[in-house]
Design a protein around this ligand. Structure first.
Ligand SMILES: [Zn+2]
Ligand SMILES: [Zn+2]
Length: 308
């Protein structure tokens, strides 16, 4: 079991912020947005061998962190990684990339590293899951003192990606020798695209109960809040602004009212429109500030009872 979270009963809201100009910028953007938590890339997510972290940047990061306020909750790993690749070169590159992600997270004091488990590319689900477990065990064996927790993200199930069914994630966790090293990050867009209907309070409750039954709620460490550009069960991973997609506001109201999601970092990965884009029904370009405002407007009043 992963270590028990400290419980303060707070809703922790944030966004995936930018590290352009140095990792500390992710904290500064988070503070400007009034975030409790942020997610960031600690390395270029589209390169296999990005530059090491600059020591000056790490100093700036630590100085910002010491000022308090926003917390770095999660690092999101590279999109190139496939921990069940059948090509040995890709597999080795993927494993080494995650080792580097773990090292960077530990250096920066980031408690969670979020990972898309992998795509079996035709080998089949069972072989894919087994290969992912082998890779996770390979990584963990090489970092016995690692502090960060590897969080397997629920995926949309696009192509041959694994981790879109709770049963697959449960099998991955079961195959890890050191269970405390690995946990789960849910993504609302991906859950919905994978066929979990979380649009209503009853649907959300049933989905979380299924998560608890199949995986166990103790494994739930963090979450991504995104609406979906595609319909229930589409298996397509396309994020939309909160309330502008097929999920709608009901899903987020239900999630934010759920006491089981307290103290769990809830991070937006919604689009950041360029000025002039007209994506939403209102035709207004949106960024994190607008999406955070929508989430905050859905928060239950402090005086409201916390029961379900
Ligand atoms: Zn992700
Ligand atoms: Zn996500």
């Amino acid at each position: 079991m992963p270590p028990k979270r400290q419980s303060s009963g707070r809703v922790l809201l944030g966004a995936h912020t930018s590290t352009a100009g140095g990792v500390h910028h992710a904290l500064e953007e988070g503070r400007a947005l009034g975030c409790d938590v942020v997610q960031l890339f600690t390395r270029n997510q589209r390169q296999w061998t990005p530059k090491p972290l600059d020591s000056g940047d790490v100093d700036l990061w630590r100085a910002r962190l010491a000022q308090g306020g926003v917390r770095p909750a999660m690092a999101h790993t590279s999109y190139l990684v496939n921990l069940c690749a059948s090509d040995d070169t890709i597999l080795e590159k993927s494993r080494l990339a995650i080792l580097d992600e773990v090292d960077r997270a530990d250096l920066l004091g980031i408690p969670n590293v979020v990972l898309h488990p992998g795509a079996h590319l035709g080998r089949g689900e069972e072989a894919g899951v087994a290969a992912i477990c082998q890779s996770l065990n390979w990584i963990i064996a090489r970092r016995p003192a690692m502090k960060t927790v590897i969080c397997l993200e629920t995926t949309a199930g696009q192509g041959t990606t694994l981790g879109w069914r709770f049963e697959q994630l449960a099998a991955m966790l079961a195959g890890v020798k050191e269970r405390a090293r690995v946990a789960v990050c849910i993504d609302t867009c991906h859950l919905f695209a994978a066929g979990y209907d979380i649009r209503t309070a009853a649907g959300w409750r049933a989905t979380l109960e299924e998560f608890d039954k199949v995986i166990g709620l103790d494994a739930l460490r963090c979450a991504h809040l995104n609406d979906s550009k595609h319909e229930l069960g589409s298996r397509k991973d396309r994020h939309q602004h909160i309330g502008d997609g097929f999920l709608g506001l009901g899903a987020f109201a239900a999630l934010l009212a759920d006491p089981r999601l307290r103290d769990i970092p809830l991070v937006l990965e919604t689009p950041v429109d360029e000025a002039g884009d007209a994506p939403g029904p209102g035709g207004v370009a949106k960024g994190y500030a607008e999406n955070l405002a929508v989430l905050r407007s859905l928060l239950p009043k402090a005086s409201a009872p916390r029961g379900r």
